[in-house]
Write a protein that binds this ligand. Structure first.
Ligand SMILES: CC(C)(COP(=O)(O)OP(=O)(O)OC[C@H]1O[C@@H](n2cnc3c(N)ncnc32)[C@H](O)[C@@H]1OP(=O)(O)O)[C@@H](O)C(=O)NCCC(=O)NCCS
Length: 311
């Protein structure tokens, strides 16, 4: 997290695991010109880092800023361009209207062209035929503190469900993922069979109220218990808890764009699509792909929770 791109030392955005450049900039962008300048700075700052073949940056943008860049792009390296990829609104803030996502992908890392269309269709299908499954009987538990047995259970569960992920699942990484985050689980005969984690970050906005930002991730259900509404129940429980404590918090999630059940969960738990992040990160879970994921880097669909749904 940085104030603005000019504060970033060259190469500091580099995320080696995912071979990408990644940054969030918290000084609000207040005009179209300002936005363009900062994207140019991002492009220049990272120019020399040749190991990355994806770039992804977020800016807090003020009201009235054309965060879609009038459909224009900013050159990145010789053969790629930074473009608008998504937007998440911020409610009730005096100077920030939302969080705008920009990115570029090197053509060698790009997924096949028809994949995006097929993945977007999964959302359309979920909207046309939503699930309103009742999950009120499912007992979701906040995991705190976490004991050794549960750490072992989560390591096994994640290793069962993910063939590739941003991290290797070990006792240390799982403790790190859970520690300091809001983690909810579902158990059967004492064993954790489903998990979801909400990580909270606070964006300090100069001269204005800070913004509480949650990202729900690391969702997994034991294959033996799939399709029982457990992941949906966890999303609903996390949302319920966050909204009770912080009604205006921004809540996002970036789902694997190739797996239809995740779209059903989005629609049924009040999330709205905010964008699409191509070849975004190292992720794969064989057995959970409605559309085959070509390559190691999965496309993600960005969703945000709408606190004021139209009824
Ligand atoms: C994604 C995942 C967590 C969903 O867990 P889950 O507990 O099975 O999900 P739910 O039971 O809440 O399912 C939500 C919807 O998808 C459907 N669904 C779930 N698994 C399904 C399957 N294998 N085939 C068809 N539909 C399925 C459910 O029936 C439900 O729809 P419905 O209410 O209309 O019946 C699970 O598939 C998983 O662990 N996948 C691997 C890891 C992963 O990809 N995590 C997400 C990373 S972003």
């Amino acid at each position: 997290m940085f104030g603005s791109p000019e504060e970033v030392p060259n190469g500091a955005l580099f995320d080696e695991t995912n071979a990408r450049l990644k940054g969030t900039f918290t000084i609000p962008v207040l005009s179209d010109r300002d936005l363009n300048d900062r994207l140019q700075e991002v492009s220049q700052t990272t120019w020399s880092d040749l190991r990355a073949d994806r770039i992804t940056v977020k800016f807090l943008v003020g009201p009235g800023v054309d965060y879609r860049l009038h459909g224009e792009k900013v050159a990145w390296r010789r053969n790629a361009a930074i473009e608008f990829e998504g937007f998440v609104p911020v409610n009730g803030h005096p100077t920030v209207a939302g969080i705008a996502y920009y990115g570029a992908v090197d053509p060698r890392r790009m997924p096949p062209v028809d994949t995006e269309i097929s993945e977007r269709n999964l959302h359309r299908q979920a909207l046309a035929n939503p699930s309103w499954r009742d999950t009120s009987h499912v007992r979701c538990e906040v995991l705190t503190p976490i004991g050794n047995q549960d750490v072992c259970g989560l390591v096994d569960l994640y290793n069962q469900r993910f063939d590739r992920y941003l991290v290797r699942f070990t006792h240390e990484t799982v403790r790190f993922m859970v520690g300091g985050s809001l983690t909810m689980v579902i158990r059967e005969t004492g064993k954790i069979v489903s998990v979801a984690i909400a990580e909270r970050v606070v964006f300090a906005v100069p001269g204005a109220a800070s913004i509480s930002f949650y990202e729900i991730s690391d969702v997994a259900t034991d294959t033996a218990c799939g399709g029982r509404g457990y992941a949906l129940a966890l999303y609903r429980a996390l949302i319920g808890r966050i909204r009770r404590e912080e009604p205006n918090a921004v809540v996002t999630t970036e789902i694997r764009a190739c797996w239809a059940p995740l779209y059903r969960i989005m629609v049924a738990s009040g999330f709205v699509e905010g964008g699409y992040l191509p070849a975004h990160c190292l992720i794969r879970s064989v057995g959970a792909e409605t559309i085959h994921q070509a390559g190691d880097f999965g496309d993600l669909a960005l969703f945000f929770h709408n606190p004021n749904p139209v009824t």
